[in-house]
Design a protein around this ligand. Structure first.
Ligand SMILES: NC(=O)c1ccc[n+]([C@@H]2O[C@H](COP(=O)([O-])OP(=O)(O)OC[C@H]3O[C@@H](n4cnc5c(N)ncnc54)[C@H](OP(=O)(O)O)[C@@H]3O)[C@@H](O)[C@H]2O)c1
Length: 303
């Protein structure tokens, strides 16, 4: 199978590319930098520069059986001023629209589009159980995800199956949230963020990659798909689990006002509560290798 990945150089994209290559698929990655793409993905992945012509993009999509869109300006890192907000939206919504428009111009559109989205769609929902059937929440991230998903869904009108991958906090080695959280925890200076009562919908990177690989191949996967583990935990339990696996105390809370001072509006990513369940994946028989947090953390930090 030929898989076209936008954002293939990213934390999730690199792991997916590796997995697809291992399974014998061909991968073309869309990247803003061919040098970065070559050094991160190696010579066996075809690269297309994001600034390439429409014709080149259409030709690459013509060859693709599946498209996975994981590109996007980092959500954390920098305050959400107007310029950052524009980049966050453009790099997701406009890029998705360009991909969908180009897919429509192929003679035979790709069979499936796995389009990135995030649990941020649900907004701040306390301990309410959230499934794919739950309504979207409010706020900048929720609006961004809703518009991002709407742009992706347009591919359905050209006969492409669309999966909206509502990803939780991805735990893996060599990047992502865990890499950023580990330093204070290793020094025994970690602890809950804010009140610690907010639910964190997390997922082990291996399970997310498996979910994408299965969703590419199985027609039953269509529409919203929560990419999170079946056992979301509160941030307090997340911090104590991380401390326990590392053998370090993890009681030092970071107060809400400090996070707001540091990150401004972007602190909502750390403070909002989303008790998300992967109902659709479970209904479709998807088996999680790491359903509980401790097993995931032990695999990532001790093995
Ligand atoms: N990691 C998580 O925990 C998590 C959780 C929920 C949702 N997600 C979403 O899942 C997607 C992939 O996540 P990730 O962690 O793999 O992200 P990542 O490591 O930041 O990689 C995203 C890729 O997007 C491209 N990109 C970055 N800024 C861009 C911009 N301004 N315009 C166009 N392209 C840009 C980059 O590729 P090039 O430099 O090669 O162009 C980068 O490699 C993202 O949309 C992210 O928001 C991730």
């Amino acid at each position: 199978m030929n898989v076209f990945i936008a954002g293939g150089t990213g934390f999730i994209g690199r792991a997916l590319t590796l997995r697809l290559k291992r399974d014998g698929h061909s991968v073309t990655a869309l990247t803003r930098s061919l040098d970065k793409g070559r050094s991160l993905l190696g010579v066996e992945v075809d690269l297309l520069e994001a600034s390439a012509s429409d014709e080149a993009l259409i030709a690459a999509l013509e060859r693709a059986d599946a498209v996975v869109n994981l590109a996007g300006e980092p959500i954390l890192g920098g305050r959400w001023d107007e310029a950052k907000k524009r980049r966050l939206r453009r790099s997701r919504i406009d890029l998705t629209s360009s991909l969908v428009d180009a897919m429509a111009k192929t003679t035979s559109p790709p069979k499936v589009l796995i389009s990135g989205s995030a649990v941020g769609l649900y907004g701040n929902r306390g301990d309410e159980i959230l499934t794919e059937a739950s309504r979207p929440g409010a706020g900048f991230l929720a609006d961004l995800c809703r518009d991002w998903e709407a742009a992706a869904m347009k591919a359905e009108s050209h006969g492409t199956r669309v999966v909206l991958l509502r990803t939780g906090v991805v735990l893996g080695r060599g990047g992502g949230a865990l890499d950023q959280m580990l330093p204070p925890f290793r020094f025994g200076l970690g602890g809950p963020l804010g009140s610690g009562t907010q639910f964190v919908p997390w997922i082990h990177l291996d399970d997310l990659i498996e979910m994408v690989a299965v969703a590419i191949g199985e027609e039953a996967f269509a529409g919203p798909l929560n990419g999170s583990a079946p056992n979301p935990v509160t941030f307090r339990d997340f911090a104590s689990g991380l401390g326990e696996v590392l053998g370090r105390p993890a009681f030092l809370p970071v107060p809400k006002f400090a996070l707001k001072l540091l990150f401004g509006q972007a602190s909502s990513v750390l403070l909002d509560s989303q008790r998300v369940l992967p109902k659709r994946a479970i209904e479709l028989g998807f088996g999680f290798r790491f359903p509980d947090l401790k097993s995931a953390l032990r695999d990532l930090l001790l093995d």
